[in-house]
Design a protein around this ligand. Structure first.
Ligand SMILES: Cc1cc2nc3c(=O)[nH]c(=O)nc-3n(C[C@H](O)[C@H](O)[C@H](O)COP(=O)(O)OP(=O)(O)OC[C@H]3O[C@@H](n4cnc5c(N)ncnc54)[C@H](O)[C@@H]3O)c2cc1C
Length: 346
């Protein structure tokens, strides 16, 4: 380990990879963010903002500073048809979901137990059990580090897509999300299209019942983070052209697939990986989870290199068999910053 990387990151990334950064600093205000960013510029050191570290894979020690966004605070306003929440980026996402239900403001229950902070939620437009953040996001407040300018981006300006937004593209660098605005309509409609939720009665179900069903499904299908480091789904579900999907699905009719509104067909990546017989496949200390093939697990002191090597193996095997190229959902971090996830698969 180089001398200039002395701050441990093991407890700050959900994979539990044992790497270090130069420094770890917690920002509790916008002034903190600007001050630490300015220092990094003056010292010519890289800077990486983290929330809960549940969607990153560190390949090696990070040469720069980690800035933990810990800006908290939840302001609720109400009008006739909705609750409007202004939530600090450093609030914990699951805590927000729980608090909203406790205060009888339903809507977010399908998104219970997603790890990480509120400020990271718009970046990949978090989603689960038929609901994406986009459905409730009214605006995102963004700080431009170089100028100190703060902007409110409307939901449309956020360019939300499947695990995608402007924050992965045009606003990926030099911008920090400081708050998220949510609108929870008072006319609550349950979303019961996925998994065990299908068996609930839409006329009688309560938001808490959905919340508990979602928590139960997640606890039974996903590895316990406290025991086995992981970052949830490692790959995105691929969306392929209809003309490619047709022959593929003729050959493999059991692959779950979902026609998309904007065209294309989304395939269940976990099923593609499972069909290649890769559940339980191991590379060093990293393993494909035995229940959910989309989840790569730090089974035994895995290094970032173990995990990326496992991901590459999966990527190649799925490509060979289905001619479908999986793209990482997890953000890959090298010594000086983020590296291109698609290139990391080559
Ligand atoms: C067990 C498990 C289950 C999961 N299930 C789901 C799921 O069901 N659905 C889903 O969508 N995701 C899921 N995830 C992925 C993850 O929880 C989400 O992507 C979450 O939003 C990441 O939040 P975080 O604060 O941990 O982000 P981090 O990992 O801290 O950061 C992720 C990226 O965002 C950047 N970033 C973080 N905060 C900011 C900010 N304030 N401003 C600008 N950039 C920032 C970071 O630099 C990094 O590139 C799961 C992860 C785990 C470990």
């Amino acid at each position: 380990m180089p001398n200039n990387s002395s701050a441990p990151l093991k407890s700050l990334n959900s994979f539990g990879v044992d790497v270090h950064a130069r420094r770890v600093i917690a920002a509790h205000t916008v002034t903190d963010l600007l001050m630490f960013a300015q220092q990094a510029v003056e010292n010519i050191e890289p800077l990486l903002v983290l929330g809960g570290g549940s969607n990153v894979l560190f390949l090696e020690n990070y040469t720069g500073n980690i800035l933990l966004n810990r800006i908290t605070g939840i302001i609720v306003k109400e009008n006739n048809d909705a609750w409007h929440l202004h939530v600090g980026a450093g609030e914990e996402w699951h805590h927000l979901v729980h608090m909203c239900l406790e205060k009888r403001m339903p809507g977010l229950e399908n998104l219970a137990l997603i790890p990480g902070s509120v400020g990271s939620a718009p970046i990949q437009n978090i989603g689960a059990y038929g609901v994406d953040l986009q459905k409730f996001c009214e605006y995102v407040e963004v700080l431009q580090l170089a100028t100190g300018e703060r902007r409110w981006l409307s939901s449309v300006e956020c360019q939300f897509g499947y695990r995608d937004s402007i924050f992965k593209h045009d606003l990926r660098e030099g911008h920090v999300i400081v708050a998220v605005g949510l609108r929870l309509p008072k006319a609550w409609k349950p979303v019961l299209n996925y998994g065990d939720l299908r068996s609930l009665n839409a006329c009688k179900v309560t938001p808490w019942q959905i919340y508990h069903a979602v928590c139960k499904m997640r606890r039974t299908t996903l590895p316990d983070l406290a025991l086995h480091g992981n970052a949830g789904s490692f790959f995105k579900n691929p969306i392929i052209h209809e003309s490619t999907a047709k022959p593929l699905l003729n050959r493999y009719p059991d692959i779950p697939h979902y026609p998309q509104l904007g065209g294309g067909v989304k395939l269940a990546a976990g099923c593609l990986i499972d069909t290649c017989g890769l559940k339980g496949y191991r590379q060093g200390g990293a393993i494909v989870h035995h229940k959910q093939a989309l989840v790569l697990v730090n089974a035994n002191n895995a290094t970032g290199e173990d995990i990326i090597a496992l991901a590459r193996h999966i990527h190649h095997r799925v490509a060979e068999r289905f001619s479908v190229w999986l793209e990482p959902e997890v953000r890959i971090i090298g010594a000086n910053g983020e590296v291109d996830g698609i290139r990391a698969m080559i």
